[in-house]
Design a protein around this ligand. Structure first.
Ligand code: GMT
Length: 374
């Protein structure tokens, strides 16, 4: 198949999943064309059957906010015609699904174009609910030939808040490649991340308010009351300065290492003794799955789709949002009870290998494309 993929190229789960999917499809013999405003952050190096098409935008002084949705529609239209694409797969509904719909209309007299839209999270739970976006989000989702949601929870939210018929949405979960995201990777950066005898507590995110990065620091502070540990913060985003400021207020700044955006987070995760994801909302929680695949025991909130990924007490621990004392207690147990940590780690790895492996999930997308193409 010849497949176009549009996603947000910036640091975030939806762009990561879209890119890994495109690369996996290309490995499986399909031709993949990424169409977006910048090279997706996980699209590094050259790959057979993979091309990147940058959406070009005219900068004109009249535009305080350049109309990216229109430029994307034109880019999709051009790439579909030039490369003879069979379908385009939009990751994150806003504005991608609407741009794809426009491209399809522009092509209507020339050739058919099928659209698959994957709903990732705040396109449904936050941004899409805003009155300025709700109607167009619903319309463009419904105009898609195939709709997927990354968790059953997100599907239910979409059915409820956008009155999309239940049978129009397939749940296709996010995935990892367990060959890349694995425990005991070499080189392990442990000696660069913490001192001898210190446990490594890790958090990876884009530091948006929904991630509650300050809670990560509060939980770490409680853990450090009993366990010598270092907090390693990976990724970057708007709440990162606040999280570091809170660490300084608590007198912990020297015990917090801010790594920033890292090209290969799997190398860091495989050194983690504990991974924290206390988010206010998470449609799936790809970062938790990546940590589990790397053998890091996870403590997360019981929110959104996270319980579909982490089974409390078996493959990690989950607690209601904001229950920081309990999260810290679970963290201390993981860091001080090696047998317990080992059991969680093994169970998390098993989940990643058996339910959320790239080899299990990518064929589900292929099957959907075939169905959509008839
Ligand atoms: O929805 C967002 O805010 C952004 C999006 C992203 O690009 O990272 O995150 C969502 O998609 C990820 C990949 O499917 C999920 O793992 C995240 O849980 C989800 N974020 C939220 O629901 C807040």
């Amino acid at each position: 198949m010849k497949i176009g993929i549009t996603c947000y190229p910036t640091y975030g789960g939806s762009g990561a999943v879209a890119t890994e999917l495109g690369l996996a499809l290309a490995e499986r013999g399909h031709e993949v064309h990424f169409v977006t405003y910048a090279q997706p952050f996980r699209l590094v190096g050259l790959h057979d059957r993979v091309s990147f098409h940058e959406v070009e935008m005219e900068d004109y002084p009249l535009f305080e906010h350049p109309p990216y949705s229109l430029a994307l529609a034109v880019a999709l239209h051009d790439v579909v015609r030039r490369e003879g694409l069979d379908l385009v797969h939009m990751h994150y509904a806003i504005p991608h699904a609407a741009s794809a719909f426009l491209a399809k209309q522009m092509l209507a007299e020339e050739r058919p174009l099928k659209i698959v839209t994957t709903l990732h999270g705040t396109d449904i739970t936050l941004v899409g609910l805003h009155p300025s976006f709700h109607a167009i989000t619903r319309f463009s989702i419904l105009q898609s030939d195939g709709i997927t949601a990354v968790s059953s929870w997100l599907k239910d939210q979409t059915v409820r808040d956008f009155t999309v018929p239940d049978d129009r949405i397939d749940v296709i979960p996010n995935f990892v490649d367990p060959r890349t995201w694995r425990p005991n990777r070499e080189p392990c950066h442990r000696s660069k991340l913490a001192e001898k005898g210190q446990k490594i507590v890790m958090h990876v995110s884009n530091y948006r308010p929904v991630k509650r990065a300050q809670d990560v620091v509060e939980i770490f502070a409680k853990i450090r009351e009993t366990v010598p540990a270092r907090l390693v913060l990976v990724g970057d985003g708007p709440d990162r300065p606040r999280a570091l400021a809170r660490a300084a207020e608590l007198g912990l700044r020297e015990h917090v290492l801010f790594v920033g955006r890292h090209a290969a987070p799997e190398e860091l995760l495989s050194c983690a003794d504990l991974f924290l994801l206390p988010s206010a909302s998470e449609s799936f929680g790809l970062a938790a799955l990546e940590a589990m695949a790397c053998g890091a025991p996870v403590v997360t909130s019981t929110t959104g789709g996270l319980p579909e990924v982490v089974e409390d007490g078996v493959s990690g621990h989950t607690f209601p949002v904001g229950e920081l004392d309990r999260m810290a207690e679970a963290g201390v147990r993981i860091l001080t009870d090696p047998e317990h940590a080992k059991a969680l780690s093994a169970a998390g790895r098993k989940v990643a290998e058996e339910r959320f492996s790239i080899d299990v999930v990518v064929p589900k997308y292929e099957a959907m494309y075939e169905r959509v193409l008839g």
